[in-house]
Design a protein around this ligand. Sequence first.
Ligand SMILES: Nc1ncnc2c1ncn2[C@@H]1O[C@H](COP(=O)(O)OP(=O)(O)OP(=O)(O)O)[C@@H](O)[C@H]1O
Length: 182
Amino acid sequence: MKVIGLVGLPASGKGECSSIAGELGIPVVVMGDIIRAYAKDGGLEATDQHLGAIARRLREEKGMAALAELTAPAVKEKDAPIVLIDGIRGVAEVHHFREIFDDFILIAIDCPFPLRLSRLQERGRSDDTLSEADLRSRDERECSFGLGEAMDGADRRVSNTGSLQSFREEVKRMLQELRSQS
Ligand SMILES: Nc1ncnc2c1ncn2[C@@H]1O[C@H](COP(=O)(O)OP(=O)(O)OP(=O)(O)O)[C@@H](O)[C@H]1O
């Protein structure tokens, strides 16, 4: 099984990348959905604050790779030649995936702060942070989990500074190439 991991700061384009994988028939496992499921089970609204607190608690109780450990069985269950994992936040998670999946490729999505802020303001999801200060603190929180280090160790990089169409085309080409090697 070839496993592709996606890493990028908030609103860098991971969701778009996952949706292209879905269009290509590549199964996607979203790590944030595991936290959202926890929030739902606990009767909590999926706000950025609640989701952040749950992720923090899981990491405190089970270590920095806690979410990766919870995600891995869902990836294996897909039982597919190629699977994409969206939402890697830290280097410990990358180490875990590299350890348990023989063929693991990490893709980093680069996108500068002002572009991410304006795209986030357009998106307006329930856990979206809409002010510049909110996005800065979300970036800092995610970097505190080792996101920067995870991005530095990526096998491939894609930049998302142009149009949505050009980003989608580039990602589609990359995923098709990786699939042809699986
Ligand atoms: N190149 C682009 N041009 C215009 N809009 C874009 C581009 N790339 C992504 N977007 C839009 O920006 C928003 C953020 O992208 P996306 O949801 O894919 O980010 P994400 O990395 O999954 O974010 P998060 O970490 O918060 O889940 C979405 O509404 C998406 O459609």
